[in-house]
Ligand binder design. Sequence first.
Ligand code: UDP
Length: 340
Amino acid sequence: MKILITGGAGYIGSHTIIEMLETTNWEVIAVDNYSNSTEDTYERIEKITGKAIKYYNIDLKDKDATHKLFLEHNDIQGIIHFAAFKSVSESVANPLMYYDNNINSLLNILACQKAFKVPYLIFSSSCSVYGNINELPVTEETPFNKTESPYAYTKQIGEQLVADFIKVNPALKAISLRYFNPVGAHKSGLNGELPLSTPSNLVPYITQSAIGKLSQLTIFGNDYNTKDGTCVRDYIHVSDIASAHVLALQQLIKTPHFPSQSIINLGTGVGVTVLEVIEAFEKVTDKKLNYTIGERRAGDVAAIYANNDKAKKLLNWKPIYTIEDMMRSAWKWEQCLNKK
Ligand code: UDP
């Protein structure tokens, strides 16, 4: 089985490759254009798994280059399409860049899935598609509200594109996985999130301020209608997200009656506030974070967490890592980066 991983040098892509190499005998082909990653991710993957994979520098917006890759590997059986921009705040500031990248790369992947008859696709979606929801936890049936950012809207559009496409291509199947907040790092501490500029996500911001790369952490608002006033998210270990991808592909392969398209939440089902994340980090590292309360951030929803029953049932999956595990591994990775 040959599997194409787009965005393979990125955060979730690389952890999924590790999981795949460790638990299956599939051949992995990775693609990335290093817009938010670096090529040495593949060295880290090799160090952890002892396996080298084939990888390509391709911008998936480039239709011809994408088509050429599929010509070279015309026996790809499954695609996991991670490659996309993912910063809420950046998308608010630069919407055209987000629409261009996230939509056009998906269109090219779908065209190649059809042209080369690739039976299975996993699409990276996001809980941001739900918008601001009052009734929590969200299930896959919870109707969308208006999105809070162009990033989130590219994921709503992406899911719809996949759905419309699969509907008229009955030989193909797809699963859209809605990630909640993936954090943490591989348990070895040898691979994790690697923001190329100042991070916009909470956990890398925490680890970088703890190690002294950043002077202070700002909590974006403490006047939300939540238990301590800070936003609530469903943080989930990146290795739990990775294992769900491998299981999703396995289910598609081995279950003939698996629905031709499905949408599945990937979260722990537990809502955690920003202050609780900070507390968990301080507890497992015995370090005090220097933080201040700032203004709310544009594009943020107040609270969201998942009902993950569908993932448990359809994928036979269960998240195994706690918020403490997430913080411990993220810190191990930050320290590993600092040794270089
Ligand atoms: N956050 C924060 N300070 C930061 C970065 C993030 O207070 O420096 C908050 C943010 O407002 C949100 C939560 O942490 O409530 C998670 O943000 P992140 O960007 O990690 O993920 P998102 O939920 O936006 O995808």
